[in-house]
Design a binder for this molecule. Structure first.
Ligand SMILES: [Zn+2]
Length: 375
C-alpha cells in the first residue's frame, strides 16, 4: 500500500510533505533540489545542526530570523563572530538559543573557510551514485556509509554537531540523494529555485526603459486577471531610479487570498508564465522560457509582504543616500557572489532589514501607508 498522500490539489506527496503548508512548500520546492555554493551549504549545515532534538518545522519557521541573526550565513562574517555576537545570539528569541549549537556554528564557519577546496566541493565529494527512489519510508535510511564518512571527515577538520544522521539529513535536503518516495509528484533533480550556476549574477545600471516594460507586464496581467487583481505594482530594485539591478522586472500582484491558487494561477500563466515557487503568503511566477524578463509575485491584500515591498521601494525612491549605499553594497556583493545567487540574496538580508527599520520610522513620521488604489 502506498504511503503517498494525495492533497486537495490532486498531487501525491511524501507523507511528511502533506501536513502543514510550510512543510508542503518546503517539500515541493526545496527538499531534494541541488544546492551548491559555500555560503548556501553553510546555511543548510547550520540549520540541520540546530535542528537536532527539535522538529524541522520549528527551524523552518524560524529560518528568516536565523538568516537575519547570522548575517545571511556569510562564512567570512560568521567566522569573525566573537563573544559579543555569542551573547547577542543567546538573547535572540527568534532563533534557537543553545550555546553549544551557536558556538558550533561559529567554529564550523572557521573550519569551512580553512578548507582548501571549499565547503561545497568537500560536501559534494560524498554524494553517492543515484539510486531509485525508495518505495516506502521504511526504505529511507537514517544514515549511510557516505554520510558516516562525510561526518567523520568534517569532525577531523574541526566541525561540530554534524554526526552521520545530521549529515544524511543534509544530503537529502540539498539534493545529494533523492529520497522522495516513488510516485511523489516532485520531479527528480533540479537546482533549487531552478537557477543554474551558469546564469551568474549580472547587474546592469538603471535602465529608463524599465518602467515602460513594467507597464506592459502590468497591463497584460490586469487584462488576464480582471477584478481578481486588486492591485499591481512595480517592486524591487528596477522600480528605484538610479539603482543597478538584475535585468528582471519584479511585479507584485495583490489578490484577496494568495492561498487560493485556482483563482489566479491560470490567468497569470496565460500571460506566458509558470508557477515556479510557492510558500505561505507568496507565489512566484516567471516566464516559461528564457530570457526570464520578469518575475510575478502574488500575495494577499493587507499582508505584511504587500506592505513591506511597497514601503521599501517608496523609501529608497525618497532617500538618495540610502539608495546609493544599497547600490554600492550590491556592486560589492555581485562581485563576491558571481556564481551564487542564493548567497548574494542572503548577504543582502542585513541591509534590507536595517532599511526596513528606517523605512517604518519614516512611514510613521510621514503617515505613509499602502496606497488605496491600483497605480
Ligand atoms: Zn516527495
Amino acid at each position: 500500500m502506498s504511503e503517498l498522500v494525495v492533497g486537495p490539489d490532486g498531487c501525491a506527496r511524501c507523507p511528511w510533505g502533506a501536513g502543514s503548508e510550510d512543510y508542503r512548500a518546503y517539500h515541493d520546492f526545496e527538499w531534494g533540489k541541488r544546492v551548491r555554493g559555500d555560503d548556501a551549504l553553510f546555511e543548510r549545515l547550520t540549520l540541520e545542526a540546530f535542528q537536532s532534538g527539535l522538529s524541522w518545522l520549528t527551524i523552518l519557521r524560524k529560518r528568516p530570523l536565523f538568516r537575519a541573526a547570522f548575517g545571511g550565513f556569510r562564512l567570512d562574517r560568521v567566522a569573525e563572530y566573537g563573544q559579543a555576537d555569542v551573547a547577542r545570539l543567546l538573547s535572540d528569541a527568534g532563533i534557537v538559543r543553545n550555546r553549544a549549537k551557536i558556538e558550533a556554528a561559529i567554529a564550523n564557519a572557521r573550519a569551512a573557510l580553512a578548507l582548501p577546496e571549499g565547503l561545497s566541493a568537500l560536501l559534494w565529494s560524498y554524494a553517492p551514485a543515484p539510486r531509485p527512489r525508495p518505495l516506502s519510508l521504511a526504505d529511507v535510511p537514517a544514515a549511510t556509509p557516505e554520510s558516516t564518512a562525510m561526518a567523520a571527515d568534517l569532525k577531523r577538520r574541526g566541525f561540530r554537531f554534524v554526526g552521520p544522521t545530521t549529515a544524511y539529513a543534509l544530503m537529502q535536503a540539498v539534493g545529494m540523494v533523492d529520497d522522495h518516495l516513488a510516485g511523489c509528484h516532485v520531479p527528480a533533480g533540479g537546482e533549487l529555485h531552478g537557477e543554474s550556476l551558469g546564469d551568474g549574477l549580472n547587474l546592469v545600471g538603471y535602465d529608463p526603459g524599465w518602467p515602460g516594460r513594467f507597464a506592459r507586464y502590468r497591463d497584460a496581467l490586469a487584462a488576464a486577471l480582471g477584478p481578481a487583481a486588486l492591485r499591481i505594482d512595480h517592486i524591487g530594485s528596477t522600480a528605484v531610479p538610479g539603482l543597478a539591478a538584475k535585468n528582471v522586472i519584479d511585479v507584485q500582484v495583490v489578490v484577496a487570498n494568495d492561498a487560493d491558487i485556482p483563482c489566479y494561477r491560470p490567468a497569470v500563466e496565460s500571460t506566458g508564465l509558470l508557477l515556479r515557487y510557492r510558500e505561505p503568503g507568496w507565489s512566484m511566477f516567471r516566464p516559461v522560457l528564457p530570457p526570464r524578463t520578469h518575475h510575478v509575485h502574488v500575495t494577499s491584500a493587507g499582508s505584511a509582504r504587500e506592505r513591506v515591498q511597497l514601503l521599501f521601494v517608496d523609501y529608497l525612491r525618497a532617500h538618495d543616500a540610502r539608495r546609493d549605499a544599497y547600490a554600492a553594497l550590491k556592486a560589492d556583493l555581485a562581485e563576491r557572489y558571481r556564481d551564487d545567487r542564493l548567497g548574494y540574496t542572503a548577504a543582502k538580508t542585513e541591509f534590507v532589514t536595517e532599511t526596513l527599520v528606517l523605512a517604518e520610522r519614516w512611514a510613521t513620521a510621514t503617515g505613509w501607508r499602502v496606497p488605496d488604489v491600483m497605480r
